[in-house]
Ligand binder design. Structure first.
Ligand code: TYD
Ligand code: MG
Length: 447
């Protein structure tokens, strides 16, 4: 119909395929175990039926999930192709199997023989791990309801399809229909469902984006594919806190847990290098030291470039503006590059001071004191502001042997580290930067 018979508007009708009846007639939106409720009831009178998390045995993953995976829940594991999602899942299922939790892996992307070969190579072959190459969701859902595995993984949600939906696998309609059916099978079987979803760098693929509100938990697996670090974080979690992160390193024998990320990141730090500052960051409840690097280079024609990796571009512009307006550091004709080392992403406002310090160091002949760690948010007035968890951050810095900390005034003392409190950005820069003992000399070829 070109015109809506009700509201008379033209071309407003959208075609939608009818979905098959889900097994167990559950509500697909996440309202588990209260589906029989009819009228309102008193909240205090409700018996708590929430399932307890089941540890997977993969320590870092369990920490991100707040203890383990919840039966009947639906988790989306999103990440770029090739980042290591299938590897993480295989290691998780093997760890589960060692704890007596059975699993079903729906590998719609690879042949079961391929997965078998990888499992042998990585030493992940365990009893209790089942695999199927089925890609039609109806048969997967009924298998899950029959088998009732502890964990079901669908690798990936973009390659399975529901036969009643006409559009191809990976389309919005398919992804939505498939995940609803799978979610229902999880809820009626008690199996924890993990859906793997590919995203591109800009998150543009329809799949995972539209899935986010359908699932209980969204785990994002990130990292620079050219580097070996991988970071897993919970961006949505109905059963616990978000913001926790876990770090792995991709090695020749699979993903290896990195229990002390700062030690690895700081290991490559070059002493006396201008444009480098150490920031005591918080990743969820865990403190972590991160090196922030900056490079300032003369711009020849065209507008000056500002490039930030692992740090917000708008935030960088703001820090540069404050440096210009309040400290008098004018970088109008310079290109500025800022990067958080190790593929770490700094969403923490406390990173401002480290960025300002690295940039100032890079544009002058001064270097940041080697034993110095910095924390502080920079206000538009050029004032230094405190951020949450100052003591935890500074205790971590002290543990790694940092002797001094430039922090906002009023920060509580922490044992083992000397405080250099500052009220303004100017004061902080003055306290933290010193003249390089031997300014780095550039030998130009032939000169
Ligand atoms: P994979 O888990 O297949 O990524 P995804 O499922 O996210 O697409 O792994 C991606 C890459 O990891 C693969 O191209 C090679 C590398 N890799 C290793 O370096 N070591 C290993 O032990 C494994 C299994 C993979
Ligand atoms: Mg894969």
């Amino acid at each position: 119909m070109g015109r809506c018979p009700q509201c008379q508007s033209w071309n407003s009708l959208v075609e939608e395929a009818r979905l098959p009846a889900p097994p167990g007639r559950g509500v697909a939106s996440g309202a588990r175990s209260v589906r029989a409720a009819s009228g309102p009831v008193k909240l205090v009178g409700l018996a708590s039926t929430g399932a307890q998390p089941v540890p997977t045995g993969l320590g870092e993953l369990d920490r991100v999930l707040g203890g383990g995976i919840i039966p009947s829940s639906v988790t989306l594991l999103a990440g770029e192709p090739g980042i290591g999602k299938s590897t993480l899942v295989l290691q998780t299922l093997a760890a589960c199997a060692r704890k007596g939790v059975t699993s079903l892996l729906v590998c719609a992307e690879e042949a079961p023989e391929q997965v078998h070969r990888r499992a042998i190579r990585l030493g992940l072959l365990e009893e209790g791990m089942w695999i199927t190459s089925a890609s039609d969701v109806e048969s997967v859902a009924s298998t899950v309801c029959e088998m009732r595995p502890g964990v079901t993984v669908v690798d990936s949600i973009q390659t399975v399809s529901v036969s009643d939906v006409a559009s191809p696998a990976g389309s919005v309609a398919q992804v939505r229909a498939a995940s609803q059916l799978l979610a229902d099978s999880a809820r009626s079987s008690g199996s924890a469902m993990v859906l793997i979803g590919h995203v591109t760098k800009d998150g543009s693929i329809a799949g995972p984006r539209i899935l986010e509100h359908l699932v209980d938990t969204v785990l994002s697996f990130e990292g620079d594919r050219s580097q070996s670090f991988r970071i897993l974080r919970a961006v949505k979690h109905r059963f616990g806190a978000v913001g926790e992160m876990a770090m792995w390193e991709m090695t020749a024998s699979g993903l290896a847990e990195v229990r002390d990320p700062a030690r690895m990141i700081l290991a490559d730090r070059q002493p006396g290098l201008p444009g480098s500052a150490i920031f005591a960051s918080m990743e969820g409840q865990r403190p972590m030291l991160v090196e922030v690097q900056a490079l300032v280079a003369r711009n020849f024609g065209g507008s000056a470039r500002r490039s930030a990796s692992g740090y917000d571009q708008g935030r960088l512009a703001q820090v540069l503006a404050v440096l210009q307006a309040r400290v008098g550091l004018n970088l109008g004709n310079e290109d500025v590059y800022v990067s958080a080392v190790g593929g770490v992403r700094l969403d923490d406002p406390g990173a401002d001071l480290a960025v300002a310090m690295a940039v100032t160091s890079a544009s002058t002949t001064r270097v940041v004191d080697q034993g110095l760690v910095v924390v502080g948010e920079i206000g538009l007035g050029g004032e230094l502001r405190s951020v949450a968890n100052m003591s935890t951050r500074l205790a971590e810095a002290a543990r790694h042997g940092f002797a001094r900390a430039t922090v906002p005034r009023g920060t509580e003392r922490v044992q083992g580290i000397a405080m250099q409190p500052a009220v303004t950005l100017g004061e902080a820069l003055h306290a933290g930067l010193r003249h390089a003992s031997a300014p780095p000399r550039l030998r130009v070829l032939g000169a």
